[in-house]
Write a protein that binds this ligand. Structure first.
Ligand SMILES: O=C(O)C1=C[C@@H](OP(=O)(O)O)[C@@H](O)[C@H](O)C1
Ligand SMILES: C=C(OP(=O)(O)O)C(=O)O
Length: 435
């Protein structure tokens, strides 16, 4: 797919539901007693894999209409042994959270994923779960495919996250649901808190305190999760793509409706504002326990800045698209604290650096940093980029192509459907050109 230099984006749009909340709504629904009605569920491939896995484990999962789903759960510890391998496709969140959920079931399950997911580290989740009594058989280095067997009785643990990962935190919390007593997770750097919020919404007791050593979560084990309706807000990580495109293309005036602005997810918007973006928040409200607002975005001349490294967890998936904004901004943008980008769907640090260089942008890749010299206008473009099974790389370089002098091609647009089905159609409806 090729993105052609385009004029401003105009119109109003609601991007699909949040991917993180969608995975969790299905999983907590499967562990709850009763009927969980979900509205606005992301029907991207990653989340559909989680829906299929919950079905394979014995939960009733019904697709009623666009974004509208019903889950009839089996209760904590009540899921059954799946007949076949659970295939999580491209989804790190699906696979890692499922390992936590499976830890609490005295059954054996086999998990796999696509070529990208089979390269990603699972050891970070296996290590705390093994301490809780779970057994794994995996390939060398703790990669999928692997087998997981939950014990009859799980041990509650106190676990300090060695990496800032909401997936590891959530896996330990999901396992902790089945353990007696208190499971404690300490996160030195706060990561997205959708699991905590949803667990409370489903009636579990999760106490959260901020201490000297970071955020401390104490989950009381073996609650009865009560089914509760979930309204999934629009995904800020998806919203970032049309938002950046609108900022870069002259003459844009775009409204993005109902974007989730959870303070642990909104780092990219805070950063763009610091770069001089014209983004106005309208109608801030709370929907299903998450802060949301409409964003009105107009074309802006951006300035390069130094992005605080401690902001990384709140915008970890947005660095690829931020780097595209940085390439068009005036001056240098410095991004640090990016080690985690190397273990996403692809090595996003090197993928972004290589792709930008191919488009004529001066860029410096460090071990965990990226420095982009912005040209203060349209970069040259005119390259073909390998998407490497990575939806965010694919969408980022398509946005760059809209804002470059020459078209930018990605070799494979299929991965986009993992998180943002309908991306190209929606963007075309706003005035973007693809061929
Ligand atoms: O918990 C989640 O829903 C997610 C956590 C992040 O991953 P890590 O936990 O690996 O940082 C993020 O990159 C991913 O897209 C979704
Ligand atoms: C890293 C991502 O997702 P996951 O880890 O679920 O594959 C992402 O969506 O950018």
């Amino acid at each position: 797919m090729t993105a052609l230099p385009s004029d401003g984006l105009k119109g109003s749009l609601k991007v699909p539901g949040d991917k993180s909340i969608s995975h969790r709504a299905l999983m907590f629904g499967a562990l709850a007693v009763g009927e969980t009605k979900i509205e606005g569920l992301l029907e991207g491939e990653d989340v559909l894999r989680t829906a299929a896995a919950m079905r394979a484990l014995g939960a009733e999962v019904i697709h009623e209409g666009p974004g509208c789903w019903r889950v009839f759960g089996r209760g904590i510890g009540g899921l059954g042994e799946p007949d076949d391998i659970l295939d999580f496709g491209n989804a790190g969140t699906g696979a890692r959270l499922a390992l936590g959920l499976l830890a609490g079931q005295p059954i054996t399950a086999f998990l796999t994923g696509d070529a990208s997911l089979r390269r990603r580290p699972m050891g970070r989740v296996m290590e705390p779960l093994e301490r809780m009594g779970v057994r794994f058989v995996s390939r060398e280095g703790g990669c999928l495919p692997l087998a997981v067997t939950g014990p009859e009785t799980l041990l509650p643990i106190e676990y300090r996250l060695p990496v800032p990962s909401a997936q590891v935190k959530s896996a330990v919390l999901l396992a902790g649901l089945a353990a007696p007593g208190e499971t404690v997770v300490i996160e030195p750097e706060a990561t997205r808190d959708h699991s905590e919020r949803l667990l409370q919404h489903f009636g579990a007791n999760v106490a959260v305190t901020d201490g000297e050593d970071g955020r401390r979560l104490v989950l009381t084990g073996q609650p009865e999760l009560q089914a509760a309706p979930v309204m999934v807000p629009a995904d800020p990580s998806s919203a970032a793509f049309p938002a950046v495109a609108a900022l870069l293309l002259p003459g844009s005036d775009l409204r993005l409706q109902g974007v989730c602005l959870n303070p642990l997810r909104d780092g990219v918007f805070r950063t763009l504002l610091e770069m001089g973006a014209d983004i106005a928040e309208e109608n801030r409200r709370v929907e299903a326990g998450e802060p949301v607002a409409d964003l009105r975005i107009k074309s802006s001349s951006l300035q390069g800045i130094e992005v605080p490294a401690e902001r990384a967890p709140s915008m970890i998936d947005e660095y690829p698209i931020l780097a595209m904004a940085a390439a068009c901004a005036k001056g240098r943008t410095v991004m640090r604290g990016l080690a985690e980008l190397r273990v996403k769907e692809s090595d996003r640090l090197s993928g972004v650096a290589r792709g930008l260089a191919a488009c004529g942008v001066v860029v410096e890749e460090g071990e965990d940093s990226l420095i982009v010299e912005g040209c203060g206008g349209r970069p040259r473009g005119g390259a073909t980029i390998a998407a490497e099974l990575d939806h965010r790389i694919a969408m980022s370089f398509l946005v760059l192509g809209l804002a470059s002098e020459q078209p930018v091609t990605i070799d494979d647009a299929a991965p986009i459907a993992t998180s943002f089905p309908g991306f190209t159609e929606l963007m075309c409806g706003l005035g973007a050109h693809f061929s």
